[in-house]
Design a protein around this ligand. Sequence first.
Ligand code: NAG
Ligand code: NAG
Ligand code: NAG
Ligand code: NAG
Ligand code: NAG
Ligand code: NAG
Ligand code: NAG
Ligand code: NAG
Length: 383
Amino acid sequence: MGVIIYLLILGIAVYVFLGLLTSGATQQCLDIDECNTDGVCGKRGICQNLIGSYWCECPAGFTNFGKNQNKCVELNCDQYETQPGQTLPGFDSFLSLLRNNCLVLNNSTLSGPTRPLPTGDVLLTLLVNTTDVLQLDLQSNGHRSSSEVTKLLKTIEISIRLIAPLLTENVTRIETNHTDVEILVRRDKTPPKGPVSLTNENTQLDTTWETVIGDYQNYQGFAFVVLLSYKNLDSLKDTTSRQNLQLMSSALTVSVSNSNTTNLPQLINLTFNHLQSSDVDPTCVYWSDENGPGVWSELGCTSVMSNSNQTVCSCSHLSTFALLKGIHQKKGTGQLSLVMWGGVFVALTCVVLSLITTLWCRFVSRKRRGGNRLKQDVQLHRK
Ligand SMILES: *[C@@H]1O[C@H](CO)[C@@H](O)[C@H](O)[C@H]1NC(C)=O
Ligand SMILES: *[C@@H]1O[C@H](CO)[C@@H](O)[C@H](O)[C@H]1NC(C)=O
Ligand SMILES: *[C@@H]1O[C@H](CO)[C@@H](O)[C@H](O)[C@H]1NC(C)=O
Ligand SMILES: *[C@@H]1O[C@H](CO)[C@@H](O)[C@H](O)[C@H]1NC(C)=O
Ligand SMILES: *[C@@H]1O[C@H](CO)[C@@H](O)[C@H](O)[C@H]1NC(C)=O
Ligand SMILES: *[C@@H]1O[C@H](CO)[C@@H](O)[C@H](O)[C@H]1NC(C)=O
Ligand SMILES: *[C@@H]1O[C@H](CO)[C@@H](O)[C@H](O)[C@H]1NC(C)=O
Ligand SMILES: *[C@@H]1O[C@H](CO)[C@@H](O)[C@H](O)[C@H]1NC(C)=O
């Protein structure tokens, strides 16, 4: 009996305590208006509250890629415009397809898309097919210019930005004879954290979700990381080099949802398997188009480990990477001549300076000898 009374009192106490916790009054469930949270649909998205849920309406020019609870982001379909005068095969049709899909997203009206959304998988298959065709072309067409290679790599990067958010699976992988692409997508409410790595036959990428996402303020409700290997881009050379630069690994493009990747706070690591085991020290490089049509550059990438089969590169930015044999003697001609003339200037300055110094020393020491004698005389005199 005493036990029952004790339990009863305990029960009442807990009830009152819980009641106090929920501010006493409300017993029924309340709908949390997610729309009261600032920026839940992005800067321009319009939040619609539903009982127990919400969705984001994106105005024209913005999209959340058909994922109703993702933030609306601005689209730029003009970057998929074809340019006159380009001769890469299959390129124009791929670009105009991307543009059409972008326009569908751009124009999806407030009440939802009128046309069915493009599917990421179909677009990705086309991207891989186009990459295959282009690699075959570059192999058989040694005369392709650096700027064409730059255009190809740029287009691959911008197309990934459109395709990855449209993918439905967490992991998507396509491999052909020439291309190997793997895409990891996360759609967590809060930004994922911790290490993430992608591996294929020839390479491994190690980074963190923090790097993939960048500024947490800009988290769109999804994050993706892409590793795309070109198995046959051994002919990817910059035309400014006089000699052929030989690739010691497959080239690969790394892309992530964060678009500010020119100066990463945390280094990414790339492990390359050498195409052939080799004792030559390879150089970690990326394809740089900052000063001209495009060259392999070492800037921001260092080799942290290397044996005859593998090399690990640490890089502070994202782009297209590879291992090169003997880049040191074969820099861009402009750079080389600048360095050379700098050296000549320094050498000449040194010669002139040493001549002046020698003459000056002779002059001074002659004077000193005279001076010293005087001093000695004085000291002698004192003694
Ligand atoms: C996308 O939509 C916006 C808003 O309607 C419009 O101003 C813009 O021209 C569209 N973009 C393209 C490439 O049509
Ligand atoms: C965009 O949508 C409007 C009305 O929904 C339509 O008149 C216009 O043709 C569309 N534009 C494109 C480029 O699809
Ligand atoms: C790419 O696709 C086209 C048409 O869909 C096909 O004819 C061609 O063989 C494909 N190329 C490669 C390298 O798979
Ligand atoms: C995809 O990842 C999420 C976590 O981000 C997980 O909850 C879900 O089960 C995964 N889906 C599949 C098909 O693996
Ligand atoms: C891929 O390579 C294999 C072996 O070299 C060949 O038999 C096959 O036809 C190739 N496939 C394509 C699509 O080129
Ligand atoms: C990359 O390697 C360096 C040194 O080997 C290590 O300090 C760093 O944590 C690695 N980064 C990632 C993302 O694994
Ligand atoms: C890009 O990232 C760097 C390093 O994290 C940061 O300092 C810079 O402010 C960022 N730039 C923009 C435009 O967000
Ligand atoms: C390189 O690979 C060969 C063959 O797979 C193996 O015998 C050798 O031990 C490897 N070398 C190193 C340094 O890992």
